[in-house]
Design a protein around this ligand. Structure first.
Ligand code: HEM
Length: 462
């Protein structure tokens, strides 16, 4: 029972539905309100399918970081919130070996594959935003960004020429949207009906068939090559797949799952960055100078990208303000007691108040203000160089979560976002078509960039 945890509004079985409706469009305002009333403690919010317990403060963050999977489960929370069992199947929850592949093989290969990533970014931008002369032209931002990110990410996942294949791209771009939309519909149904509705909505069998059609030969070739080379191939791409998992069908499912985790998160990130670049144009010149100086001295490498602190800080600041109001979702599998004494019973869904944390004066000076070099300036302090880079995890910066389930793709995502920003800075001028930055959209506490706004691009003039 959650009776000991305060709620913001009525908590009766029927009356709580008033707030559950309000949460759909105003969840972020409710959580901001609760954060200030119950900072470092907890409050509960009703949603259509369950109560969410919202926690805050560095201590509770650290309790989540240290909790084991048997205490607070990331996968069980995601499975219920996104209904992944019905939309993708239970395999990826029960046996998520692909997460280890992202953490190990994919991340370790970023340096060696950097020139491929850079090449795909140039090719994708040139195809999709061809700036041939000095005329401004309008680009539907989000739709274009998804295509660029999908191509670039899949250059790393499956390589050329498949990453440019139009049917494969359409499949991977659409897959995430189908899963999220389907999951939202299934969550409205009672438990007994979910498998039936899931079977009607899921496109996973046909999606796997399409993936096998396109990627099957590459996957089979890699599996065969691994058998031949054995342990002499240290970074085998499918190394984590064992026994029955070493089939083209199973690896195809993992490929779709990694696309699910990466494409829309990174695309939303890049869209926010471009809106910020067009809005706060005073940052363009110093960032161009940084990129040009480092590239001239060291060329385009993963290591040279790591030295671009202004870029890193700009990307980090953009994501600081763009985060949803709740993240770091966990489900308590047993009664769990936080170090402030609060106990939540088994079955409770816990989320951390991420947006409010990023907007708290305790953590940031003038937190509402976009300060593109906020983090680059902090990093100039003695001993502060690494702690404040974008990939670092901390209780004040929660974009990539915490603990053993912190985003394993963050090294790739940050590298990709910075290389894309560097490419835009060196090749284009970018301008708003609207008065002021396009407004973010909020739905059930989640924040998305405006998906219909356009930006003006032209070939760089100065
Ligand atoms: C800007 C882009 C991205 C953002 C903001 C982001 C954010 C996150 C967050 C918040 C989590 C959950 C962390 C937690 O609850 O503690 C997560 C998990 C995950 N992310 Fe990312 N992510 C991004 C890009 C990527 C990319 C590019 C990949 C793959 C290449 C990826 C793969 C994953 C996977 C596999 C998990 C699940 C981890 C697990 O099961 O333990 N993400 N991500």
């Amino acid at each position: 029972m959650l009776r000991h945890i305060p709620s913001l509004g009525p908590s009766g079985v029927v009356t709580s539905y008033i707030d559950a409706f309000k949460y759909i469009l105003h969840g972020h305002e409710m959580i901001e309100d609760g954060y200030h009333k119950y900072y470092r403690a907890a409050f509960k919010i009703p949603t259509m399918s369950r109560w969410l317990v919202v926690v805050s403060g560095p201590q509770m963050f650290d309790d989540i970081r240290q909790a084991t999977d048997e205490q607070l489960s990331f996968r069980e929370a995601i499975a219920e919130l996104i209904q992944t069992d019905y939309m993708i199947g239970p395999k990826i929850r029960r046996d998520p070996y692909h997460v280890k592949s992202v953490r190990m093989q994919l991340t370790r290969n970023l340096g060696a594959r950097f020139s491929d990533i850079k090449d795909e970014i140039s090719a994708a931008f040139n195809d999709l935003i061809p700036a041939k002369d000095n005329e401004w032209f309008s680009v539907p931002t989000y739709r274009t960004v998804v295509k660029i990110v999908c191509r670039t990410s899949n250059r790393l996942f499956v390589g050329l020429p498949l990453c440019r294949n139009s049917d494969f791209r359409a499949l991977t771009e659409q897959f995430t949207m189908d899963v999220i939309m389907g999951g939202q519909i299934i969550s409205l149904f009672p438990m007994v009906l979910k498998p039936i509705v899931g079977r009607l909505l899921t496109k996973i069998p046909s999606n796997i068939r399409r993936t096998v059609l396109h990627a099957g030969p590459i996957i089979q070739a890699r599996l065969d090559q691994e058998e031949v080379m054995g342990d002499s191939w240290a970074d085998k791409p499918a190394k984590e797949a064992q026994g029955e998992q070493r089939t083209v069908q199973d690896v195809s499912l993992r490929l779709l799952s990694i696309n699910f985790a990466s494409i829309h998160t990174t695309s939303m990130g890049l869209t926010h960055i471009l809106y910020d670049l067009a809005t706060y144009s005073e940052y363009v010149k110093p960032m161009r100078e940084e990129v040009e100086a480092i590239v001239e001295a060291e060329g385009w490498t993963k290591a040279s990208m790591g030295k671009m602190r202004k870029l890193d800080g700009f990307v980090k600041e953009s994501q600081r303000l763009a985060i949803g109001s709740q993240s770091i979702m966990r489900k308590a599998l047993k009664d769990f007691t936080f170090s402030n004494g609060l106990t939540v019973p088994a079955g409770t869904h816990i989320v951390f108040a991420t947006h409010s944390t990023h907007l708290d004066e305790i953590n940031y000076e003038e937190p509402q203000k976009f300060k593109g070099f906020r983090f680059a300036e902090i990093r100039e302090g003695e001993g502060e160089g690494l702690k404040h880079q974008m990939v670092s995890l901390s209780p004040e910066y929660t974009t990539f979560g915490t603990g053993r389930h912190a985003c394993p793709g963050r090294f790739f995502a940050v590298n990709e976002l910075k290389t894309m920003l560097a490419f835009v800075l060196l090749n284009y001028d970018v301008k708003l078509t609207t008065h002021g930055r396009p407004q973010n959209h909020w739905f059930q506490g989640r924040c998305s960039p405006n998906k219909s706004a356009e930006l003006l691009f032209r070939k760089r003039t100065s």
